[in-house]
Write a protein that binds this ligand. Structure first.
Ligand SMILES: Nc1ncnc2c1ncn2[C@@H]1O[C@H](COP(=O)(O)OP(=O)(O)OP(=O)(O)O)[C@@H](O)[C@H]1O
Ligand SMILES: [Mg+2]
Length: 499
């Protein structure tokens, strides 16, 4: 339960705020002035202080400074009369989270308190670089998951980017979380209460994008029967997310460059210049460096955007995140489908970890949802995974198989060397493996060398037994014909020698 200190010399207001907050299950303490508030904060831990500005003994601004000096993590909300708004703004600069103008309603106050507490938990997550980072006001769907070093670095960059208003360029394969990063930056920045507006530059036709971004005047073009404001104006004070920026035309690149440089634009069909305060975050999976060389993307625009780049590694390069993401989506789909799946069994997790995830986290999410449909027990089992994830498994198994086979090869070879073995061929001819005592340079054990020796000997003996006949040798010695021919060539064996 969160503990709140309400500080106001107006006893009536103080008590009504106390009651309203207690009704919403906060633990509430009161103080009559700034001085008493400071004493209380020094004596015990509060999550939040709701404070008036004008008070005897010590005013709210001074008390704020003292409180923050003692415990910077306390959230301070200022209650102010309209005439004192300048003081309240000053308080925000001094570290208050926000202010409310009197008369206040309990809904507004409670909503602001909840938002402030949520914001603090986000900041704490960032400060302690914990692997999860909440985004926006929404559910667990918007949690950022990542324990890998690569993602920890990304979280660190996000927390730095949230403090500035410089443009950001987010790069990474499809489904790696570019939009999520853009939201994380916005919702952890001072613009968090303003709009986050997304525009997919790749999905809007060339002739509409300008009006979508900058708006148009009535009659600017056929069909423009009303004046319309664009996304830039709509996002005023907030953040605009230009997704797939690598897809915009040369003409639009010039216009965007101008917004970035001068923070102004002109709606289509207008000669009015409009000034905007919008933070630009762009994203793309395109190879900008190549596009610049080819002349399809402006270098100056790229450098303007790329001041603070964020690169999101593909999931296959941060496999340690996979189990965490699996759990995250299990929790998420449990709440969506009202189920109680407890986890994924180790075999299923192994399959998921070996998969190469070309669609990255979006694909992982879809696959976990698939499992929720297929699975009837409370665990995700390997057999409820879709066949696609087994694709890379086979490769992984083949690799393992080769490794295991090789171990057997080596053991066989060592035995054959020690025992100076002889082997009877099916034809009755006596065949002999002729591994010398020397398995590598200077008699040292050398796996590759010994393996080649063994292979050559094996093929020679198999050819001998089968009288140099390729098809028969392949069949009887259980070697694919192609492999046999390749090895014959590699070891310069002449099958005719064994006719
Ligand atoms: N680290 C993460 N933790 C939890 N969920 C994530 C993470 N990264 C991405 N996601 C989820 O994966 C999905 C894809 O993410 P997002 O849309 O941000 O990817 P993108 O890089 O923008 O993809 P595209 O290039 O295809 O547009 C979303 O549902 C998002 O919530
Ligand atoms: Mg996207």
């Amino acid at each position: 339960m969160h503990k709140v200190l309400v500080v106001d010399d107006d006893k009536v207001l103080q008590q009504s705020v106390k009651q309203a907050l207690e009704y919403h299950h906060f633990v509430v303490d009161v103080a009559d002035n700034g001085k008493e508030a400071v004493t209380k904060v020094y004596g015990q831990k509060y999550d939040l202080v709701v404070m008036d500005v004008n008070m005897p003994e010590m005013d709210g601004i001074q008390a704020l400074t003292e409180i923050k000096k003692h415990d910077p993590s306390v959230i301070v909300l200022i209650l102010t009369a309209y005439s004192n708004v300048t003081d309240a703004v000053k308080a925000v600069k001094e570290g208050a989270y926000n202010y409310l103008e009197k008369p206040i309603t309990s809904e507004n106050l409670v909503a602001l308190i909840k938002r402030a507490l949520k914001a603090r938990s986000m900041v704490e997550t960032l400060t302690f670089s914990s692997p999860t980072l909440s985004i926006g006001e929404t559910s667990s769907k918007d949690k950022f998951v990542g324990e890998s070093n690569a993602m920890k670095k990304v979280f660190d960059v996000i927390s730095k980017l949230a403090k500035v208003t410089t443009p950001v360029l987010i790069r990474g394969e499809s489904g790696t979380g570019k939009e999520l990063v853009a939201k994380a930056i916005h919702y952890n920045s001072p613009r968090k209460d303003e709009k986050f507006v997304t525009i997919n530059c790749g999905a809007i036709s060339e002739n509409l994008i300008e009006s979508e971004l900058f708006g148009h005047e009535k009659g600017a073009f056929t069909g423009a029967d009303q004046r319309k404001i664009g996304k830039f104006q709509f996002a005023e004070g907030g953040t605009i997310f230009l997704d797939e920026i690598g897809d915009i035309s040369a003409a639009m690149q010039v216009k965007l460059l101008r917004v970035l440089q001068e923070k102004t634009f002109m709606p289509v069909g207008s000669n009015r210049e409009i000034k905007v305060d919008v933070r630009i975050i762009a994203a793309s999976h395109k190879p900008f460096e190549e596009m610049i060389k080819e002349g399809t993307f402006r270098e100056d625009l790229f450098y303007r955007l790329n001041v603070l780049p964020v690169y999101l590694p593909p999931l296959r390069e941060r496999k340690t995140d996979i189990p965490h993401l699996v759990n995250h989506y299990i929790n998420y789909f449990n709440s969506v489908h009202n189920l109680k799946v407890t986890g994924a069994e180790p075999e299923a997790l192994e399959v998921l970890t070996n998969y190469s995830w070309p669609g990255n986290i979006r694909e992982l999410r879809n696959i976990i949802e698939h499992c929720f449909i297929m699975e009837s027990s409370d665990m995700i089992h390997a057999n409820s995974l879709p066949s696609i994830v087994f694709k890379d498994q086979k490769k992984a198994e083949v690799k393992d198989q080769v490794a295991t086979d090789s171990v057997i090869d080596l053991a066989d070879i060592q035995n054959s060397v020690l025992d100076a073995p002889t082997q009877k061929g099916s034809s009755g001819n006596e065949v002999q493996f002729s591994f010398g005592a020397k398995l590598g340079e200077g008699g040292k054990l050398d796996f590759a060398f010994a393996k080649d020796l063994f292979e050559k000997e094996f093929i020679v003996q198999a050819l001998k037994i089968n009288k140099g006949r390729i098809n028969q040798t392949a069949l009887n010695a259980n070697i694919p014909k192609k492999t046999l021919l390749r090895k014959i060539e590699k070891y310069e064996i002449n099958p005719k020698d064994y006719y």
